[in-house]
Design a protein around this ligand. Sequence first.
Ligand code: DX5
Ligand code: ZN
Length: 228
Amino acid sequence: MSHPAWSEIVASPQGVIAPSMLKCDFAGLDREIADLEAAGAKMLHWDVMDGHFVPNLSYGAMVIEAARKRTGLFFDAHLMMAEPQRYLDSFLRAGCDAITVHVEAVPDPTQVLKEIREAGRAAGLALNPGTPISAVTPFLPLCDLVLVMSVQPGFGGQAFRPDVLPKVSALRKQAAPETVISIDGGIGRTTIGPAAQAGARLFVVGSEIFDRDDYATAMAELDALAAG
Ligand code: DX5
Ligand code: ZN
């Protein structure tokens, strides 16, 4: 995996904030992307929901592909869907730079993770709050990132679950140093510090950016809190 933004994440000691586009104003997607870029975002997080694996629908590869034409930012796709392998080609063609699938949806993700890497993208494996890390540990050598869900996936704006922090610490110890631990759900001013302390370096943030008027200030505050 040689995407420059990815190397920067792996190298960056305080980590990177990925705004979760689930919380953006979809009627002004163009403007939202430009505002986030101007605010210093290096990465956008795209939450794909199929109304089956999670009880909500969002958007698919076509929307991501349209956004790809507007920006060169790193695209981090989080597939909250059953059978992600059926749609993998469309997400690769859409220009996703990292693709994360859920271990609950694909109990043996060996093939799909290999295909993501073979396409030259970062491969990620996500686990829900109730899923033990033993579900993902056999596949860690195939992962560029492990995404720890700190809410039950499906909706933005939920409260952070501190009980997932020991999983972040344990994964940080077990995974290779170059494997990024990401955290998603309820990340804000009071929770980003503890998540960083536990070893997370990629912080997915929805409400704490999009509910603020000034994205640059929101991101700078979160960056400072992540750095400790
Ligand atoms: C939840 C999604 C998250 C979510 C984050 O299913 O995966 O990315 O939108 O939003 P906040 O930060 O509001 O929890
Ligand atoms: Zn997400």
